[in-house]
Design a protein around this ligand. Sequence first.
Ligand SMILES: [Zn+2]
Length: 378
Amino acid sequence: MLIKCDRILTENGFLDGYLKTEGFNIKEILAKEAVDEVPDVDYSNNIIIPGLIDIHLHGYRGRINPALGFDLPEFRLFLNDLACEGTTACLPSIEPESYHIIRDYRQHANEAVFLGCNLEAYFSCDQYKSYRNPYGLARELSLENVRRLLNDSNQTLRYVMIAPELPHAQSVIRFLKEQGVRVAIGHTTMSAQDFIAFQNTVQADSLTHWGNNMGKFHQRDVGVIGAGLLDDRLQAELITDFVHLSKEMVEVALRIKSIQRCILISDSVFLSGLPSQSVHFDENHSLTITSDNKILDQDGNIQGCYHTLFQNLIILVKSGLVTLQEAVIAASMNPAKFLKADHVMGSIKEGKYANFLVINHELELLKSYVYGNPVVRK
Ligand SMILES: [Zn+2]
């Protein structure tokens, strides 16, 4: 298929030209002057950017309610919804009770590429253990437990969050890294000094939704928030809805970490994208979507982000803190490199999958393409 567009975001910046796709892949990127054929599709006066890769999300628009579980048709509708909203590949955090549903999933057309599972908020410190799970079940961090999770997930578990103060954290992180699993630090109240010593012993890879559920950022103990920001070995996941982090806090992260070491995420949950409402789990636990698009529990704590990754990206770009190109890299190339998938995705380049988005100059999403085909909503 030959696609014309006057602003195609390639690894070398914006190009006025053509994309030629063949099968699942981008076959050629051609300058305007090199082509005299009539294109199959003409996206002149629009912008083509790489498809976004969300490494931290839980659900979307009523799908993947952790209290109810889900079946395969629901999972596939979830992946279709994501693709329609600009997330062309994802690593959702899925409760281990549902691993039997996803462990044999096979990729289908019209669905975001399933890159495997994240496991977030599962191995949390006491203070944050009930944050996502309303019943506050403690999950024991042990080699035996993570081996079982890897096995149960059919090795699709690729990213695990761990509170570093938990017993066995060091030995489990070493084991996971040997297995090629990425490790995030999160849901922790560790002090800065302890965390610096920890990182010098066994290195984690990233910071889960940096700034949130990370203890305090104090002038005499900057905690994991500050120490993690200064540690160049760590990527920082950022939720740029300006609900989880103020604009100033996002700027702090961008200035110290630089956009190259930030990965934009959605952290969307099953209530994201739905109209305002309250959901009651039992007499003591509920979640509410407020009229200003916050998802809060009965105590007023934030319980996930209302937006998609594309929406968070646009909020960040409109804030003026970064350019469109920088924000797109932080939501495509950075997560692709993090998952060692940048040989097939993360940018618009010959040989990579033809996963891309068409947006207009008002930064509205017009169309998503996955594996060379426009995504159709089911
Ligand atoms: Zn999360």
